[in-house]
Design a protein around this ligand. Structure first.
Ligand SMILES: *Cc1c(COP(=O)(O)O)cnc(C)c1O
Length: 468
């Protein structure tokens, strides 16, 4: 499989090159040259396999020739062996035709582990083959840092440094990053805001000499390998519920549009998906688009579902590219207009085409708390605030044919967002056993001033120490 840019001005790359590149040089996102399509018989053959094996079968279609099915099977088994539930992605029934797909049994209790645990292993392999080393540097407001650290810890040829705003991430989030006792992991707590951290990282990437010196890299959410690695759990859930002989719908709490895009890809690969329901919080740009073709930027407002506090959903560009018939020039033009005016011009016919599959739904904080309480009351299930938005979206936008099962992507464990859950149900959700001692583990973190030169010297020292 080769990968092409949504903006059409970058060379097509192999899987391993696209993996290492992340973003295309023309500012576009990589897409497979063509989506692989499985026949009904091929889908049926996957039923009953273990999660890691389903993942390997499907991902091999994207990774050849860099990784074949056998090497992927080994890597997927290693990646998903770290998940705390033996089913990896268990499907839990809440009501007739209503399910949650629990995507939070990975090391950091959120769905990003599905892609990142595998990406860490893929990076390690490719770097070893090429005899390269890289230093991954990222900024986090709390949520994504731990998933990146857990993906990279103890991987050969990789060092990772994560910047977070000192005193501005929750204690659970900070401890998930700072208690990782691996030599190749470093945490810097910057006295400043998340924006300061992001500006520091941007400045480092803009500094050519520094970038080359430490072989700077990122594990961006726009990496096509991350999208691909999220497809298998949608297939797995659909197969368990009778696909390809029975349609399913998915409701996905959405921020950067990466997770729900993988569900869309699963439908492109031949699974019968009746509807994709996109759930937003008060930052509702995606819901507004799907409801009334209004994709216009508003200021980001903090909410109880912080992983969805996003206004520009970078992976939406991939859907746009498809909706525009893979016309890269038109995609580039729409993105340029969006950047310039804060409003995405999408022809009505294209929007109507999107509406055939997608529905949009938004819920504010009050509604989110009420949904957590209602779900607990009606089914006994404890949902985190992100999942709760998916549950409410599923109820509001389920297909007219009520016999079609609706699967809600449960993107985080309730113990990851204990304040919101406690507000809804009056009890503090317990951390799962593998993290039960998190609050007493030893932390490793250096507090540093918002000083680019000093932070660069820390990163340089960390990279050198690990290369030695
Ligand atoms: C990242 C994240 C999301 C949003 O996922 P996207 O792929 O950005 O749409 C939703 N919920 C949780 C818990 C997350 O960590």
């Amino acid at each position: 499989m080769r990968y092409i840019s949504t903006r059409g001005e970058a060379p097509a790359l192999s899987f391993d090159d696209a993996l290492l590149a992340g973003l295309a040089v023309d500012g576009g996102l990589y897409m497979p040259e063509a989506w692989p399509v499985l026949s009904a018989a091929e889908w049926r053959r996957l039923r009953g396999s273990e999660y890691a094996d389903v993942a390997a079968e499907l991902l091999a279609l994207f990774t050849a020739p860099a990784f074949d099915r056998d090497s992927l099977r080994t890597l997927c088994r290693a990646a998903y062996a770290r998940f705390a539930h033996p089913a990896v992605a268990p499907l839990v029934q809440l009501a007739p035709h209503r399910f949650v797909l629990e995507l939070f049994h990975g090391p950091t209790l959120a769905f990003k582990d599905f892609a990142l645990q595998l990406l860490g292993l893929l990076f390690e392999r490719v770097l070893a083959t090429r005899r390269q080393r890289i230093t991954i540097v990222g900024a986090t407001s709390g949520d994504t840092g731990s998933a990146a650290i857990e993906a990279c810890r103890d991987r050969a040829n990789l060092s990772i440094v994560i910047l977070h705003p000192h005193g501005r991430v929750s204690e659970v989030q900070r401890r998930q990053m700072t208690t990782v006792a691996s030599a190749n992991v470093a945490n810097l707590a910057v006295t400043g805001t998340f924006d300061d951290c992001q500006d520091l990282v941007k400045a480092m990437f803009a500094d050519r000499a520094f970038r080359d010196e430490v072989h700077l890299s990122a594990v961006n959410s726009i990496n096509i390998a991350r999208v691909a690695a999220q497809i298998p759990y949608y297939a797995w859930a659909a197969l368990a519920l009778g696909a390809p002989d029975r349609p399913v719908a998915f409701a996905v709490p959405t921020g950067n549009f990466g997770n729900v895009l993988a569900a869309w890809a699963a439908s492109r690969m031949g699974l019968p998906v009746a509807r994709l329901i996109v759930g937003s919080n008060r930052n509702d740009i995606l819901a507004r688009f799907f409801l009334r073709n209004d994709m216009s930027i508003a200021p980001v407002e903090p909410s109880l579902s912080p992983s969805m506090d996003i206004q520009v959903s970078s992976n939406f560009e991939r859907l746009l590219f498809e909706l525009l018939g893979r016309d890269a020039a038109r995609t580039a033009e729409a993105m340029r207009a969006f950047r310039a005016t804060g409003r995405m011009p999408i022809p009505s016919s294209v929007w109507q085409e999107a509406r055939r599959l997608f529905a949009g739904f938004a819920l504010d904080d009050e509604g989110t708390v009420a949904e957590i309480a209602r779900t607990r009351r009606e089914s006994g299930y404890l949902a985190d605030p992100h999942t709760a938005i998916g549950l409410a979206a599923a109820r509001a936008c389920a297909p007219e044919d009520r016999a079609i099962p609706v699967v809600v992507a449960a993107t985080a464990h309730p113990a990851k967002f204990p304040e919101a859950v406690a507000r809804a149900v009056g009890e503090w959700p317990a951390l799962p056993p593998q993290l039960a001692d998190l609050m007493t583990r030893k932390e490793r973190c250096e507090v540093v001033p918002n000083d680019l030169a000093l932070i660069k010297s820390r990163i340089r020292a960390h990279a050198l120490r690990n290369a030695a």
